[in-house]
Design a protein around this ligand. Structure first.
Ligand code: G4P
Ligand code: NA
Ligand code: NA
Length: 191
């Protein structure tokens, strides 16, 4: 998606070989017009598949997921992170480990907001190792709901997440695919 790639080049900061900072338009300050365009793009790509809900993981996925849900005219689900494992009968729960942050959390979803009749599109800001997306898929499948696909703003294609998901037959649509990062270096995958 050209407008996202242009914004990454203009306003993104490659901190090192692994991390791209996009605090000025995605992770801290949020660009509403960009998010609107992103929502429309995801809706166009995933339309006509009977999607009933758009799910994201708090917090940075919420803005693009909301715009996607608006464009598809369905509710948005926020999968919530809990620090510790408190068993709760009313929740589906699964543990997610983040390699980037070196932490684990319990991903949770209320049984009130998902059923076997749901067909869910997952939206998130970054795809790195794929642990968050894999956890989201695991959680949604606990409700016997089905996965329409995964929409990602920024895929770090040099990390294993994309392959991990596509190997399972998941339709992954990434709006910007980064081949290489380095101090002051941002290179996209050539298509
Ligand atoms: P994975 O899900 O693909 O395995 O990724 P990982 O656990 O490694 O990522 C953990 C957190 O770090 C996620 O945010 C993810 O969005 C973020 N992240 C990963 N790579 C980058 C990067 O290059 N730049 C930035 N800015 N963030 C990155 P989170 O902990 O879920 O928090 P939130 O931002 O959604 O609140
Ligand atoms: Na995220
Ligand atoms: Na993030």
């Amino acid at each position: 998606m050209k407008i996202l790639e242009d914004m990454i080049l203009e306003r993104g900061i490659a901190v090192n070989e692994d991390i791209l900072k996009v605090d000025s338009f995605v992770n801290h300050q949020v660009d509403p017009e960009l998010m609107k365009n992103i929502g429309d793009e995801f809706a166009e790509h995933f339309k006509g598949q009977g999607i009933t809900k758009v799910a994201t993981i708090e917090s940075s996925g919420i803005a693009p997921a909301l715009m996607t849900a608006l464009a598809l005219n369905v509710p948005m689900l926020i999968l919530k992170k809990q620090p510790s494992k408190i068993l709760n009968q009313d929740l589906y729960q699964t543990v997610v480990t983040s390699y980037t942050k070196g932490t684990s959390y319990e991903l949770t979803l209320s049984k009130n907001f998902i059923s076997e009749n749901d067909h869910v599109l997952i939206i998130d800001d970054f795809l790195a190792n794929g642990e968050a997306a894999t956890g989201a898929i695991r959680l949604i499948r606990k409700a016997h709901a089905t996965i329409a696909g995964v929409g990602i703003l920024i895929e770090k294609s040099f990390q294993p997440g994309y392959e991990k998901l596509t190997e399972q037959g998941i339709d992954v649509y990434s709006l910007a695919r980064i081949a290489k990062l380095g101090e002051g270096v941002i290179e996209f995958v050539k298509d």
